[in-house]
Design a binder for this molecule. Structure first.
Ligand code: PRT
Ligand code: ZN
Length: 294
């Protein structure tokens, strides 16, 4: 183990991706405890070093070999590719957190109502390559003003007519008197990897992706157990997604009833439980799953 090359993973040090990245890794046994001035975290798990950097540096780190893999928002990777940098890096896994969208937004009570009205106007953004590509594809002639933060301020102070920025809940747009008029792309956190990883590193990356997938699949899944009349079992598949072929066990002393065990990979809400009860299910147990392996 000592002579093996260490797996290098680039993570965002602080920001909207850091908490989700650390939470996911810690559920995979890495036990990371990031601190303010720690830029390099070492773990014995899979012989891994974590490089804590700004997200903007991560695609380049992976591309150049400074790290083997890294977690970024897909939006940032698309920008990196459209800016013409991508040579040796690709998305190797989707991580199902930090969901957001890159949208065009305009002053809510202003003159711009649709895409056509953007001709001749100025749009502020931190994603100039993605915006330029969109404008080109839609035949819109607009100016791009590059800002590295506080993009929502631009229309207010008169330096732009519209913005192209990330939106999650939409609260920031609302607070700044802006309304979304078009979604350019949807994004989530992704794992980037270099295309020419050595076989030793590739093996560990595959193990890491296996662990990520086990945790991600388990996140929304529930293990459900219930008792029900045998004849009602076919009705379960309409209520519980994933219940086409449930495990059933006979209940001692109740020949017409069975215990049903099923993993549902979709959210189980209170109304799901109410529907189960309405077809006569009883002794319903709904259990969170830690990891789903295979
Ligand atoms: O310092 P560093 O360069 O590392 O971080 P950063 O400031 O460049 O990035 P950061 O932490 O803001 O975002 C990192 C990544 O998180 C993005 O590239 C996205 O992939 C993802 N992400 C998910 C978001 C959001 N949700 C998000 N809501 N990134 C930014 N926002 C901002 C958005 O720019 C806007 O200002 O949050 C505001 C809108 O949020 P709502 O909820 O009010 O709509
Ligand atoms: Zn950044």
């Amino acid at each position: 183990m000592k002579n093996e090359p260490r797996l290098r993973v680039a993570l965002q040090k602080s920001g909207k991706l850091s908490e989700g990245s650390i939470e996911l890794l810690n559920k995979c046994s890495f036990n990371l405890r990031p601190a303010k001035n720690h830029y390099l975290l070492k773990s014995n798990e899979l012989n891994t070093d974590f490089l804590m950097v700004r997200d903007d540096d991560i695609p380049g780190f992976v591309d150049s070999g400074a790290s083997d893999i890294g977690i970024v928002g897909e939006n940032l990777f698309i920008e990196y590719q459209l800016a013409g940098h991508n040579k040796n890096v690709e998305i190797i896994s989707r991580l199902k957190f930090a969901q957001c969208r890159l949208s065009l937004a305009v002053v809510s009570d202003g003159d711009i109502k649709g895409l056509d009205d953007l001709n001749g106007k100025t749009i502020a953004t931190s994603y100039p390559a993605t915006l330029a590509d969109f404008l080109r594809q839609n035949n819109i002639q607009a100016n791009i003003l590059v800002m590295h933060g506080s993009v929502e301020l631009a229309p207010k102070i008169g330096i732009a007519d519209a913005i192209c920025d990330l939106v999650s809940t939409g609260t920031t747009l609302k607070e700044n008197g802006l309304s979304e008029i078009h979604i350019l792309l949807e994004s989530e956190a992704v794992l980037l990897g270099r295309k020419d990883l050595s076989s030793q590193i590739k093996e560990r990356v595959s193990e890491l992706i296996f662990r990520f997938d086990s945790v991600i699949r388990a996140k929304n899944s529930k293990y459900i157990m219930l008792h029900i009349d045998k004849v009602k079992v076919p009705l379960l598949k309409d209520i519980l997604p994933g219940c086409e072929a449930p495990t059933t066990l006979e209940l001692h002393g109740y020949p017409d009833k069975v215990a049903v065990h099923v993993v549902s990979e979709e959210h189980v809400f209170w109304d799901t439980i109410a529907k189960l009860k309405s077809i006569g299910a009883s002794s319903i147990l709904c259990v969170s799953i830690d990891k789903m392996m295979g």
